[in-house]
Design a protein around this ligand. Structure first.
Ligand code: HAM
Length: 400
């Protein structure tokens, strides 16, 4: 009998995982630089948190959750996304005035697996609570944009505003009326959405319907229109190109005002969104906390890794080959590692030829051959040099 990874999950192993590590390190560096400290949150939460937070009628909640009861009969759900948990954590901390956090980790959605759509997938993201100004939107949008550029992922930024409580009801009423008039032309599978989630027609319905439907921009209230124009103006001010997209509605219910997606130019088909985010000014209240504006985004690492042009270096710069057995190789490796060099060696006491083969397979740039003398031999490309082991680290640093 042999076990395989569960459907829709992957083993991410070297050499591919080297790219993942680089992408994650870059995320830690950049999110930190924008003032988003790391937060580590539970991988499962109360099922009710997602039903309330993400929305009871969204596909994520109706079809895609991994829910289970624990031994005490509590209903828990493997997190399908990070925002609801982050806002819960913010509220548990007392809902401070301004609060920022960055996360990375696995998310779980019971979807039909295909390229770019997995059941266990990985996200990095930020959440920013307590600030309602358009400058906060632009800071967050820009972080995602710059991060993706640094990760070697070319994207188009698509943007919309989904209004707020003041203007959304009137828009939804008119959208429903329009969809009702088109009822006979709609696919049967979508008719029930008119009542439950009419916005979905804009991004998942027939294109002609989305084009002819009323547009949100004609319904924005004064403050929503002002907010959106300020966001667009500031994006132009800092040189971030964008495309306005009136059909962008996102698949989660908590959004108000600004909503956006980063569309990967190298990704084809339905799974071309590398990430998305938006404002969710009502979410804290929906989760039973005191009202607080908030916004954030999440990016899919599986999709980033699929198109990233980063070419991460192997951390291992030296392979120690011993002519006198593995103990000496261990001593030499230990000394070089203590001096900050990435080193590997073969602990299996194999022949010199076998050790050289392993080093060749790894593509390590330097070989250090130890043979029980005071001097070791350093090989790089066609070059060979004898030197004391204690000089090797600085020689590599200075000559690389
Ligand atoms: P989302 O659009 O559902 O947003 O997911 C963000 C990204 O996660 C997607 O653009 C995609 O790259 C990736 N992703 C989603 N589902 C899958 C899957 N099944 N397989 C592979 N990748 C996937 C959110 O999750 C929101 N929490 C973002 C947010 C944060 N909004 C505000 N703050």
């Amino acid at each position: 009998m042999s076990f395989q990874p569960p459907k829709g999950t992957d083993d991410i192993l070297p050499p591919e995982s080297r790219l993942w590590r680089r992408i994650l390190t870059l995320w830690e560096e950049m999110s930190g630089r924008y003032g988003y400290p790391l937060m580590l949150l539970p991988v499962f939460e109360a099922t009710e948190l997602f039903a309330r937070g993400v929305g009871e009628t969204t596909e994520v909640v109706t079809k895609h959750v991994y829910a289970f009861s624990d031994k005490s009969g509590r209903s828990l759900t493997l997190r399908p996304e990070g925002t609801a948990g982050a806002v819960r954590a913010y509220l548990n901390r007392g809902g401070q005035a301004v609060w920022k956090g960055a996360y990375s980790g696995p998310m779980f959605r019971y979807e039909q697996p295909q390229a770019g759509r997995r059941r266990q997938f990985y996200q990095v993201g930020v959440e920013y609570m307590g600030v309602s100004s358009p400058e906060a939107d632009v800071e967050v949008i820009e972080l995602g944009w710059r991060y993706l550029a640094a990760a070697g992922v070319e994207v188009e930024l698509r943007l919309n505003s989904l209004g707020d409580d003041a203007c959304r009801p009137r828009y939804l009423a008119d959208l429903r009326r329009f969809l009702d008039e088109q009822r006979t032309q709609l696919p049967d599978s979508m008719v029930s959405l008119i009542a439950t989630n009419p916005l979905r027609f804009l991004d998942s319905g027939p294109e002609a319907i989305a084009e002819a439907a009323p547009r949100f921009e004609d319904y924005w209230c004064g403050p929503c229109g002002d907010h959106h124009r300020a966001v667009l103006g500031a994006l132009e001010g800092i040189g971030i190109p964008y495309t306005s997209d009136h059909t962008l509605v996102r698949g989660l219910d908590y959004y108000t005002r600004t909503a956006w997606e980063y569309i990967g130019l190298g990704l084809r088909g339905a799974q071309n969104a590398v990430g998305g985010g938006g404002r969710y000014d009502d979410l804290a209240k929906t989760l039973g906390g005191k009202p607080a504006p908030g916004l954030g985004f999440a990016l899919g690492l599986d999709r980033i890794a699929a198109v990233s042009t980063l070419d991460p270096e192997d951390e291992i710069k030296v392979f120690v080959v011993s002519e006198t057995g593995p103990t000496e190789a261990l001593y030499a490796a230990t000394q070089l590692r203590a001096e900050g060099v990435g080193v590997d060696f073969d602990a299996a006491a194999r022949s010199v030829k076998a050790q050289l083969r392993t080093a060749g397979r790894r593509g390590v740039p330097h070989l250090v051959v130890v043979r029980g003398d005071d001097l070791v031999e350093v090989r790089r490309g066609g070059e060979q040099k004898q030197m004391p082991l204690r000089e090797v680290a600085s020689w590599i640093r200075e000559s690389s």
